[in-house]
Design a protein around this ligand. Structure first.
Ligand code: NAD
Ligand code: MN
Length: 357
């Protein structure tokens, strides 16, 4: 029997709660399939930082370098500045492992109500592709004369032809595989007249390689309006690191809750393991209460299974998730319900066991 090795990194806050739930559900699933999952758990994050002065060990990446995939919770600790936790853990994995394609599917699951009037479900079915290796989050910049009146600070957005070309190809290829074969390229080339103009030009060049895909272009500010007012006019979306970061939280809210939204940080060439995580953070306001919605983690786990080559198990997990969301009594408080993480997890495990297809 094939055994996949998965690195589980819960991180902080509700990260631990949702990753425990995710591991449980994945094990229930493996019990029904002809493969096994071996989890190695890495307790890196804020508490590790308090003991060791860093978020993960020096050789941390070496320890997970040969795993088949990574299941990640959240980086973010109430006592430590956010840029330290994010750069010390999540981005310290994403960037060196060249997980340049961040894929964020958004749709309204059965039983969940969109805050948008007139949207019942089928009108909102998107995949956002986020450039995940450069752009506004390249980490280039600095501060001088700190604290003095003449202090200067920069965060430089870096766009490379290689980086933009590969994310455009990835997005067009993904759009081509979806029924509508339609891609929207998000930009801001009216105000940012260098890198974003190159971004637009490369989009047009790559489009020529994908004649089956129709595409259009949208300024990011106008994009928020289109997502809200005409969700049915969108399908696959590609945007820069910062733009897609913002747009995907909006997308998650429009689809019912941030707690449901999944993401995959992919190294498409498979030179490094890819990382799967709910898009939400540590949620300090609800941590330790046992009410974190685990659905975003479950959906991410389904993407993980697809990626490692187990699409039947991935589909079984999605069916189980959808059976559970269809039942309002099984909604956590972020969805307006009263269910706990425990109750939702048990229900998804039961739905996996009851699934006979
Ligand atoms: P957040 O996603 O943690 O929380 C935003 C709001 O959504 C909160 O009200 C929270 O209770 C709610 N929420 C989030 N996930 C939920 C879930 N699964 N179930 C129910 N409700 C949920 O965002 P934030 O408050 O801006 O950030 C908190 C910390 O998390 C910060 O340190 C931030 O840097 C970090 N963060 C990390 C990641 C990551 O590691 N990928 C992503 C976002 C934020
Ligand atoms: Mn974000």
């Amino acid at each position: 029997m094939k055994t996949y090795r998965i690195a589980a990194i819960p991180g902080d806050g509700i990260g631990g709660e949702v990753i425990d739930a995710g591991v449980e559900v994945l094990q229930a699933l493996a019990a029904r399939e002809n493969f096994a999952l071996a989890f190695d758990r890495f307790d890196w994050g804020g508490d590790y930082y308090k003991r060791h002065g860093r978020m993960m060990p020096q050789d941390g990446r070496e320890q997970i370098r040969h795993h088949d995939a990574i299941l990640f919770g959240s980086a973010g600790h109430p006592d430590i500045p956010d840029h330290v936790t994010l750069w010390g853990l999540r981005l310290a994995i994403c960037q060196p492992f060249d997980q340049y394609a961040n894929v964020r599917p958004t749709r309204i699951l059965p039983g969940i109500t969109s805050p948008l009037r007139r949207v019942s479900g089928p009108e909102l079915d998107w995949v956002i592709v986020r450039e995940n290796s450069e752009g506004e989050y390249s980490g280039i910049g600095g501060r001088v004369h700190q604290g003095l009146p003449e202090e200067v600070a920069t965060d430089v957005s870096i766009m490379t032809r290689a980086g933009v070309t590969r994310i455009m190809r990835f997005a067009f290829r993904l759009a081509e595989r979806r029924p509508r074969k339609f891609l929207t390229v998000v930009t801001k080339s009216n105000a940012q007249r260098h890198a974003m103009v190159m971004w637009d030009e490369i989009a047009a060049e790559v489009a020529a390689e994908f004649p089956a895909v129709t595409w259009d272009k949208m300024l990011v500010d106008a994009m928020t309006m289109r997502m809200t007012l005409k969700p049915e006019s969108l399908d696959t979306i590609v945007a820069t690191n910062l733009h897609a970061d913002i747009l995907s939280d909006l997308a998650a809210a429009l689809a019912g809750s941030l707690g449901i939204a999944p993401t995959a940080n992919l190294n498409p060439e498979r030179q490094f393991p890819s990382m799967f995580e709910p898009i939400h953070g540590s949620a300090f306001d609800i941590m330790g209460k046992g009410i974190a919605n685990p659905v975003g983690t479950f959906w991410s786990a389904s993407m993980l299974l697809d990626h490692i080559g187990e699409p039947a198990a991935a589909a079984r997990l999605m069916r189980a998730i959808e059976r559970v969301t269809a039942t309002p009594e099984l909604h956590t408080p972020d969805l307006g319900g009263k269910a706990t993480t425990r109750i939702v997890t048990d229900a998804v495990v039961a739905a996996i066991q009851a699934d006979n297809s």
